[in-house]
Design a protein around this ligand. Structure first.
Ligand code: NDP
Length: 311
């Protein structure tokens, strides 16, 4: 362990990148630690249609590149490492990662969330062999094929419209009798001839030899089970927070981090921003806003602490 950072941001999605821009711009010595690569869930989102300033929409990948460029302009530093643990000793935090330890006066956790699994037989076995969690990444592999999209939220309905550009047929399978997705997205799929809906239905099993060939579907209204021939299954049923390394006292019942409106957690100097936060609206715009707010709060905390440390 050598240098002490003012601020370490864990996670490099929109919340982390916005924090980095604000913190570096304000002159704090800042580092982003990121497990895989910068961008978070944005990089696998086809089109972000509601980020203010991009009236024609923008691909998630492009928006991430813009944000990374912007963060670099203010001297962003980032390293790849998986955080295993955070401890607070006196006035500093020690972050233990897969590689080494880091020290910082304040921390912003902006680790976002990962996709939820169906947890049915065949899902793991056929992952990347017909089972996918990312329409943008895998959609083009299903040209002229028949596919299922599982889920009833904004992601499932939006990505079904994207997948309909490639696939012969897209059936959205949802466990309830109506979607949770917003009307504007449903209106879009309503207009597509090759998209249809299978309500009140759950996947019991995904079957095949070397790749997905069929799915056992149960109608939860009639209890009828039938086997449907299918080439691909896109599981788009929501997200889970990346908080495995976070002290349980900071989490809500669903493992999201509880903060106040200043992005402060129960531990002084430890902040959270973006999708990892409890009770938030999980949108890129909100994550970026959280990031800015967390950086501002962290800055005030650091200034106060430095006043104490160097008095
Ligand atoms: P959501 O949590 O909103 O929806 C998940 C969907 O999957 C629900 O319909 C849920 O069913 C279903 N589901 C959950 N678990 C299972 C299971 N085990 N088996 C079958 N079905 C299951 O997740 P999304 O990813 O759709 O959205 C996440 C957030 O991102 C939301 O806030 C959304 O608004 C936002 N978003 C916004 C977009 C935009 O363009 N504005 C685009 C994409 C996402 P049930 O309804 O029964 O609970």
């Amino acid at each position: 362990m050598s240098e002490i950072y003012d601020l370490i941001i864990i996670g490099g999605g929109p919340a982390g990148l916005a924090s980095s821009i604000y913190a570096n711009r304000a002159g704090y010595k800042t580092l982003i630690l990121e497990k895989i690569g910068l961008g978070g869930q944005m990089i696998i989102t086809d089109v972000i249609d509601n980020y203010p300033g991009f009236s024609q929409g923008i691909s998630g990948y492009e928006l991430h590149l813009n944000m990374v460029d912007h963060a670099k302009r203010y001297g962003m530093q980032n390293e790849s490492a998986e955080v295993k643990n955070i401890t607070k000793t006196d006035k500093k935090f020690v972050i233990t990662t897969s590689e080494k330890e880091y020290e910082a006066l304040a921390i912003i956790i902006a680790t976002g969330a990962k996709h939820r699994n169906l947890d049915v037989p065949g899902e793991k076995e056929f992952s990347a062999k017909g089972v996918s969690y990312c329409a943008t990444c895998d959609g083009p592999f299903f040209r002229d094929r028949d596919i299922f999209v599982i889920g009833g939220g904004d992601t499932a309905v939006m990505e079904a419209a994207f997948l309909a550009k490639f696939a012969k047929t897209v059936r959205i399978v949802h466990r309830k009798d109506r979607f949770r997705a917003v009307k504007a997205l449903i209106d879009q799929t309503d207009r597509l001839k090759n998209v249809s809906y299978v309500f009140n239905s759950v996947v019991m099993e995904i079957k095949g030899k070397d790749k997905v060939e069929s799915v056992l579907l149960k109608n939860v209204a009639t209890n009828q089970i039938k086997e449907e021939k299918i080439d691909g299954v896109f599981v788009l049923i929501g997200i889970l927070p990346n908080t495995d390394f976070v002290d349980k006292v900071l989490l809500d019942a669903n493992n999201y981090i509880i903060t106040d409106q200043h992005m402060k957690t129960k531990i002084e100097g430890l902040f959270a921003a973006g999708d990892v936060r409890s009770d938030t609206f999980r949108q890129v715009i909100c994550a970026a806003g959280d990031g800015a707010r967390a950086a501002e709060s962290a800055g005030k905390y650091i200034d106060e602490l430095k006043g104490i440390l160097y008095k």
